[in-house]
Design a protein around this ligand. Structure first.
Ligand code: DP6
Length: 341
């Protein structure tokens, strides 16, 4: 028996950040969050389940993945295998088009693409909501990359996490916003987001107020998107990032993701705003500065950021679609049905 599929997904950058879990096993957040799915930050993943395989094997950008990263993927596959009632091992071959694990949301596109590929290969027939909840088990932010456009990941109330998934608020065509991503350091970050958010929750005196702000920011951001109120959305975006980093820095021992170049990019953003450009800063669990802007100002802002000392590369991102199966490499449903019989 052999089932295979390929899928692609874009990364996302949160305007209202997710940073803290109410359940670490199920990846359930303490607050809702909201993001833009971003093209061209893309992961492409191919999966093959085959009875001849003795164990799961994962390739990332051509290199074999081992240790805890490999275990994380096997555990994720186990969820689907249990659902399907099979024990077949898999080969996973995944490629990223952008710097990984440096605050560029690679786990989001990675697990969204993998979830989509697994669903197709095993013919699980999960709808997008269920697929998003499945992707969430791999990485919380992946629940948002299943969808394109403006995406809310709702916190949910249930203990089993079935109501904690992404929701597409608006499709990409709703509003042509841009995210200018600066690559300040494409190396691995000192601490992963999972460890950092757990330590922040356990030790930062600012954690509770951070979570409270996120919950109300999400509601305000949805309203700003519906009204296309760019200034309001931008102010929420910048405030959410700074509040998150404030809470992170307040951890014990302290965590500092921002580097000198990141801070310089923040000041540059404020300066550009004073000159009349619509630019708002954000940054995730890494040093990469990101600037939310309108399409009209995007080229100017891209040029300004690329001239900043310490910036190695700038990626002008537009709002992209959700995770999709790549047809030519996937087994068709008909093929799979005949294999299953
Ligand atoms: C700072 O989704 O990578 O980018 O659920 O533990 O895998 P896990 O964390 P992850 O965290 C992302 C944190 C963030 C903010 C965000 O994307 O909302």
């Amino acid at each position: 028996m052999k089932f295979n599929a390929s899928a692609k997904a874009f990364a996302n950058v949160a305007l209202v950040k997710y940073f803290g879990k109410r359940d670490r096993v199920l990846n359930l957040p303490d607050a809702s969050s909201l993001s833009l799915t971003l093209e061209p930050l893309q992961t492409v993943t191919k999966i093959v389940f085959d009875e001849s395989y003795k164990s799961d094997k994962v390739l990332f950008n051509g290199d074999v993945v081992e240790g805890s990263a490999a275990t994380r993927i096997s555990s994720f596959l186990d969820i689907a295998r249990n659902l399907k009632g099979i024990t077949l091992k898999a080969n996973v071959d995944t490629t990223n088009s952008f710097p990984t694990a440096a605050g560029l949301a690679s786990s989001a596109s990675g697990f969204a693409a993998l979830a989509r590929a697994v669903d197709y290969a095993l013919d699980l027939k999960l709808d997008d909501t269920a697929l998003s909840a499945y992707a969430r088990r791999g990485s919380g932010s992946a629940s948002r990359s299943v969808f394109g456009g403006f995406v809310k990941w709702q916190r949910g109330e249930k203990d089993d996490g079935s109501d904690s998934h992404g929701i597409c608020i608006k499709k990409p065509s709703w509003w042509d916003l841009r995210m200018i991503v600066g690559v300040a350091d494409s190396g691995q970050k000192s601490m992963g987001s999972t460890g950092a958010m757990n330590l922040t929750k356990e030790t930062s005196p600012y954690y509770k107020s951070w979570i409270k702000s996120a919950q109300s920011h999400v509601n305000e951001a949805v309203e700003a998107i519906e009204k296309k109120d760019f200034q309001k959305l931008g102010e929420i975006t910048e405030n959410s990032a700074l509040l998150m980093h404030g809470a992170i820095m307040g951890s014990n021992p302290g965590i500092m993701f921002l580097k000198g170049t990141t801070i310089d990019a923040y000041h540059l953003t404020v300066e550009m705003r004073k000159k009349g450009l619509g630019a708002y800063f954000t940054c995730d669990a890494g040093p990469q500065p990101k600037i939310l802007c309108t399409v009209e100002d995007a080229v100017k802002i891209e040029r300004e950021l690329s001239m900043l000392k310490g910036i190695k590369k700038v990626i002008n991102c537009k709002i992209g679609d959700g995770a999709q199966v790549i047809k030519p490499y996937g087994t068709s449903i008909e093929d799979k049905c005949s294999t299953l019989q």
